[in-house]
Design a protein. Structure first.
Ligand SMILES: Cc1ncc(COP(=O)(O)O)c(C=O)c1O
Length: 427
């Protein structure tokens, strides 16, 4: 569809450009220094978990169901932490390892395992020549960095409104034995906010991979991060696998990163009993046992899934107004111009914005010039290459509402000016 700028006469477009250049000059003169790049909880959000710091003192009993948190032991994590992690994902605690504080780190270790030692008795990926991972895009740039860092080829797969394009996924996974994995954020995906439909989850479970060492990296990072209403329901991938009679297909990850304190929490992985036995062997060569004092603090603070749900309501109260402001500013500023679309998530941390073809890098650069830092254009694509240069990730959680409002005003002017400049250049 033609944008309002494309439909203008030459004289109208010149007048609109002059007006937008003037608005940009006024914003530039304010010397703003605002940041909408970071998918981080705000200081008010992390403050919600500070009472956890008072729960463990030098007087505390540091044992959990017979395991001492203050010593080696329990290589799969504290029993209560495993029970909480399992309840949150709807899996059996026997198949859960709670490890360290970063789920990304665990994902890296699982890729490392495939690369160095090989999965399910297959040759290590480092000895198999070309190896590929599928990357639904736009997606989470740090996933793509993990596989890129091993020299694994990242292959983009289109994202749709209900998950990755499963025809494309099936074609690759079932016909190409060099495809060893796929990165998935199945709920409130980073950055689109999409939750995979039951049909997509079932299609994943029904895959017949050409490679026996193919695994789905199911990063359920935003499993409990609803900020609007009842939120989205994600079908349990292990239920779908059971329905399909498939096994040894999925590594699922999650963490408390955006529940309590990012980088200072608990992260976990769950998989089939056979896959977990193999991963445990790999982890055993890496560490004696995980950090458990933080696990103990977490289970005493959050208790169970109901406790997490209560806690997440407090996050939602802080996050929802920020997403509402994004929706309002973009609608008020852009809806009539037919220059852009954006997502309307009910949870997670991001809004995914699509501007005119060839605009994203220019919008991010102009916003930077006007004092607003955004995630680099292209970052949500493998190798930073957005083929149409349209996508921008908006991360509204960290700034205060005032700062966010100002940053969005700048963003809207940048989108309009770049769109008008592109319309002018087409003539
Ligand atoms: C999809 C996704 N997975 C993982 C992470 C990082 O999680 P962790 O801190 O547990 O490594 C993030 C952080 O933004 C994320 O968006």
């Amino acid at each position: 569809m033609a944008s309002a700028y494309q439909k203008m006469t030459d004289a109208e477009l010149d007048a609109a450009l002059a007006d937008l250049e003037r608005q940009a000059d006024e914003l530039r003169a304010l010397n703003l220094k605002l940041d909408m790049a970071r998918g981080k909880p705000s200081p008010e959000q992390t403050a919600l978990s500070k009472p956890m710091l008072d729960l463990l003192t030098s007087e505390s009993d540091l044992s959990d169901q017979g395991v001492d948190a203050d010593n080696y032991g329990a290589p799969d994590g504290l029993p209560s932490a495993r029970a909480l992690a399992a309840e949150l994902l709807g899996v059996d605690a026997a198949n859960v390892s709670v490890m360290g504080s970063s789920s990304l780190n665990l994902m890296y270790e699982c890729v490392l395992h495939g690369y160095i030692h090989g999965i399910a008795g297959e040759k290590p990926w480092c000895q198999q020549g070309e190896v590929k991972f599928l990357c639904p895009a736009p997606g989470y740039d740090r996933h793509f960095t993990v596989t890129e860092s091993f020299g694994i080829q990242n292959v983009p797969v289109p994202m749709r409104e209900d998950g990755p394009d499963m025809d494309v996924v099936r074609e690759y996974v079932e016909k190409d034995a060099t495809v060893k994995g796929i990165w998935c954020v199945p709920k409130y995906a980073n950055p689109t906010g999409v939750t995979y439909s039951d049909e997509v989850v079932r299609a994943f479970a029904a895959l017949k991979p050409a490679a026996p060492d193919f695994r789905i990296f199911w990063d359920n990072a935003y499993a409990v991060h609803t900020f609007e209403g009842e939120g989205d329901e994600l079908m349990n991938i292990f239920d779908a696998l059971a329905e399909a009679g498939a096994e040894n297909r999925v590594y699922e990850f999650a963490s408390t990163a955006k529940v309590t304190f990012p980088s200072s929490g608990m992260a976990w992985v769950t998989a089939s009993p056979a896959d977990m036995a193999e991963l445990r062997g790999a982890f055993a060569a890496m560490r004696v046992s995980p950090e458990k004092i933080s696990q103990l603090a977490h289970v005493r603070f959050l208790k169970d899934a109901a406790g997490v749900a209560e806690h997440m309501k407090k996050h939602a109260a802080l996050v929802a107004p920020r997403f509402a402001l994004v929706e309002k500013k973009l609608t008020d500023g852009l809806a009539d111009l037919d220059v852009a679309t954006w997502t309307h998530p009910k949870g997670g941390y991001f809004v995914s914005f699509e501007g005119p073809e060839g605009s994203a890098k220019a919008i991010v650069a102009l916003a930077k010039e006007l004092g607003v830092t955004l995630t680099p254009a292209g970052a949500p694509w493998p190798y930073g290459r957005d083929p149409r240069d349209t996508n921008i990730r908006i991360a509204p959680t960290y700034p205060s509402l005032d700062e966010l409002g100002q940053a969005l005003d700048v963003f809207v002017v940048a989108v309009k000016l770049v769109s008008a400049r592109l319309a002018k250049a087409e003539r």
